[in-house]
Design a binder for this molecule. Structure first.
Ligand SMILES: [Zn+2]
Length: 196
């Protein structure tokens, strides 16, 4: 289905519109195939696809929450756009796992082992000392659930099978793994009696 063209001649029209809106040149446009315009790789579709993912995830999350047994000790933490590790660790149930200071210390050890992205180099150079800690507290898991009785925390991460373009999928996977690696490894060291 990859080579099934919608408009073969002029390149993707949605990308063209998106670039014109940004005042960018229309050089090197992707072909307007069905696969292309249905993916986040299409510059004209990226915002829509991302918004659709968010909205599907939030429905899914709400229904998992709603499907819980009344007696279940599992507590879903509803995350909005502003939620990150920092706001999570303002909640009592998470502070009972370990203090912010303990977690920050271990998180820094792990964050320094992760390569600084090109887009973040400026911030890193500004203050290398606090960069890694800030970076860690800014990490956003897609969702969290906590069971205090069993001492288990679930850090949820969404994978989209519709992100079919291989290059794109690899980027997404790397990001998801990095988020997971940092959050979970730090927690495992600080709160060894808990499972993540
Ligand atoms: Zn496009």
């Amino acid at each position: 289905m990859g080579a099934e063209y919608v408009n073969q001649s002029a390149g993707c029209r949605l990308c063209t519109i998106a670039r014109e809106a940004q005042g960018e040149s229309a050089d090197g446009l992707a072909d307007e195939t069905h696969d292309h315009i249905n993916s986040a790789v299409c510059e004209g579709m990226a915002t829509t696809v991302t918004a659709a993912h968010r909205s599907i995830w939030s429905c899914l999350y709400d229904s998992m929450h709603a499907a819980q047994e009344p007696k279940s000790k599992l507590k879903f933490v509803t995350l909005d756009k502003e939620s990150n590790m920092s706001t999570l660790w303002q909640r009592e149930e998470f502070l009972r796992i370990c203090s912010k200071e303990e977690l920050a210390e271990k998180a820094q050890d792990i964050e320094v082992t992760i390569l600084v992205k090109k887009s973040q180099e400026t911030r890193y150079n500004l203050n290398p000392g606090s960069f890694f800690v800030k970076h860690f507290w800014g990490r956003r898991p897609d969702g969290d659930a906590i069971n205090e009785a069993l001492k288990i925390v679930y850090i949820l991460e969404v994978r989209w099978s519709t992100d079919k373009d291989e290059g794109f999928l690899e980027v997404k996977d790397a990001e998801a793994n990095e988020n997971h690696k940092s959050i979970i490894s730090a927690l495992e060291v600080v709160a060894s009696e808990w499972a993540f």
